[in-house]
Ligand binder design. Sequence first.
Ligand code: SF4
Length: 324
Amino acid sequence: MSNTYVLEVNNLKKYFPVKTGVFKRTTGHIKAVDDISFKIKSNETLALVGESGCGKSTTGRTILKLYDSTAGEVFFNGEDIMKISKSQFRHMRKDIQMIFQDPFSSLNPRMTVKELLIEPLATHKIGDSAERNRLVIEMMEKVGLSNEQLTSYPHEFSGGQRQRISIARALIVKPKVVILDESVSALDVSIQSQILNLLIKLQKEFNLTYIFISHDLNVVKHVSDRTAVMYLGQIMEMTETDRLYTNPLHPYTKALLSAIPSLDPYEKKERIILKGDIPDPSNPPSGCPFRLRCPMAHERCIVDKPEFLEQEEGHWVACHLYTQ
Ligand code: SF4
């Protein structure tokens, strides 16, 4: 793997079996992640965006080995972590952390904040008791919480404060990569921006690389360097975030962007309404996965699956409109 990349994902697939009948035979597969590839540089933020069920969260969980991959490679520190056992991965686990949407489900309600922050240090055998206390106090300050709150329980905090605790818990072990799975989606807009600003500040301070999973293109715009747009388990378009917003190529990206309300009252924006719903991932359409909803679909899209190709440097798209 190239030294410039922290994480390199090659042809990753995660299929879930569909079991039917009395004998629960496997009769098909849900292709939740279907052959995706991307690389992330150190200190970079790559956003994975798309509608619910597009495979973005499954991608994050598969990278973290919470799910076994069906195929593909994920290189981290020069090692394909898809090939190593879960017990071998345990010692690398501290380097790749995940922060979830709902801190309530990830924070044990019977533990105080101090216990919640000590736990990952103890799991990874970091420091003695005095060092752990020092790290806890330092981390509370970094996430904007006070030390008087160390003896409080998760239910005594607001949603935004709970997410600060989750961030502290993930960062206290000094990871290299953090996967943020809809981490601000449940928060009010004003709190969202506070947490996003905190994440940006901590990224610089801790030299972090983020995979930012979100359905919200507005949020992504402010935090990510590059964005990958997913649909039916595949990446449809990937490029620098600024370029994606100013020059989207894929019809799906164009439709998603057209749905974002403009802040400029004089800007005339035509909303592209997509027909139908996302198809059943266990029975995807032939050819282009987006063809049943695409306003630009043509004959070729029914039979040929478009390749994911680099149209201009760093701008990848899977669409026949850009191939001969
Ligand atoms: Fe639309 Fe065809 Fe492009 Fe797919 S390949 S996005 S159906 S134009």
